[in-house]
Design a binder for this molecule. Structure first.
Ligand code: NAD
Length: 358
């Protein structure tokens, strides 16, 4: 039996997570595995329910589970709270830190059926398959922050810290991942300006000696942002620090058609966490418009990485491909001649495909 902590969170999180659960339950029905889901509050929902964004019980549940499935966190309702209560900073970041999840894997894959859904030209994105590895527990988001009053207003300080150990750990995962794919690793930094990036580049270069079979390239983050839309097929595996990875993956999501297609796995500790790369999308929350495929594909990553169920993970991924091939679309990826479905209907279609496939 696999124990899964289920944290829908806020906004569209509560709409998409049940669709991911349906996909896992379809696998359970088909193969006889037992998945036991326990739901808990996190983020704004936890603040509203119990007054803190990351309740002790939620953390305990996550630590005692085999994997965590998370929806999204945050929303305008909680945007103006003091820093220690704001959902993202006070729940998602500490949760990642507490679970030791230093690496975030974000596959950017373009499904053939969605060639026309992207705003980018077909010939630029056709066949795109990139794995972005983002460092998740260091850098700007975790460094010391402060505000000070000055005569004319205030100054605000965020600190960007990286140690050799942190860089080496994530870079090693980059090399190992590249080794299992097309053996090309692009390390992204801003070494022309930032000291932390200079250490990043030196450390990655040193480590490369252990991986002579992997072709290593360094790229400045501004150039990488441009190259991702100019010729994304040049990339196989990208490894980068926390802030750059956050921004570049949102940008890269457009290669796959929508942010609603981008799954993610956060790994490194005993218990891994799976969540779509997008946020709580307050602009469409409660309207049944959210694309649940990123959450469903995150569930597939859970089967692959946490439970070693590769065939079953592929079953989910192939079910997604078939549903898209049959022309079902949520509004974010809607194309002419396709059938518009809502969040729940998309979840049902994928679950049906899993059960129907032999
Ligand atoms: P967002 O990712 O929530 O939304 C950006 C845009 O993409 C919106 O137009 C939204 O409608 C669309 N979108 C996102 N997911 C979609 C989906 N599954 N289907 C269809 N369209 C989708 O980013 P934002 O608007 O900058 O942030 C909203 C809130 O989410 C903020 O409170 C932010 O702090 C939080 N956030 C949370 C996470 C997380 O939980 N991991 C990540 C990013 C942002």
């Amino acid at each position: 039996m696999y124990k899964i902590a289920c944290l829908p969170g806020d906004g569209i999180g509560v709409e998409i997570i049940p669709q991911a659960v349906k996909a896992i339950e379809a696998i359970s029905k088909k193969y006889g595995y037992e998945f036991h889901f326990t739901e808990a509050y996190v983020g704004g929902a936890a603040l509203d329910a119990v007054g803190v964004p990351l309740p002790e019980e939620t953390l305990k549940l996550c630590k005692e589970s085999d994997a965590v499935l998370l929806g999204a966190i945050g929303g305008p309702k909680w945007d103006n709270l003091p820093v220690h209560l704001r959902p993202e900073g006070a729940s998602l970041l500490p949760l990642r830190k507490e679970l030791g999840l230093y690496a975030n894997l974000r596959p950017v894959v373009l499904y053939d059926a969605l060639l026309d859904a992207s705003t980018l030209k077909k010939e630029v994105i056709a066949g795109c398959d990139i794995m972005v590895i983002r460092e998740l527990t260091g850098g700007l988001y975790f460094g010391e922050k402060k505000r000070e009053k000055t005569e004319r207003g205030q100054i605000a300080v965020d600190t960007l810290v990286y140690s050799t150990e942190e860089i080496e750990r994530i870079a090693r995962l980059g090399f190992e991942t590249a080794r299992k794919r097309n053996k090309k690793l692009c390390s992204v930094d801003k070494a022309n300006v930032l000291e932390s990036s200079r250490l990043w580049r030196e450390t990655v270069t040193d480590l490369a000696k252990e991986y002579p079979d992997v072709e290593l390239k360094h790229m400045y983050v501004d150039n990488c942002a441009m190259q991702l839309v100019r010729w994304p097929k040049q990339f196989d595996v990208i490894v980068t620090e926390n802030t750059f990875g956050d921004i570049l993956t949102d940008q890269a999501s457009m290669i796959s058609g929508s942010l609603g297609m981008l799954a993610s796995a956060s790994i490194g500790g005993k218990v891994a966490l799976y969540e779509p790369s997008h946020g709580s999308a307050p602009d469409i929350a409660g309207q049944k418009k959210a694309n649940p495929l990123a959450a469903i594909l995150s569930a597939a990553m859970m089967l692959r990485y946490s439970f070693n169920l590769e065939i079953e993970a592929q079953e989910i991924e192939q079910a997604v491909v078939r549903v898209l091939d049959k022309g079902y679309r949520t509004p974010d990826i809607m194309q002419k001649g396709c059938t518009l479905v809502n969040t729940e209907e998309m979840g049902d279609k994928v679950a049906d495909e899993i059960l129907r496939a032999r």
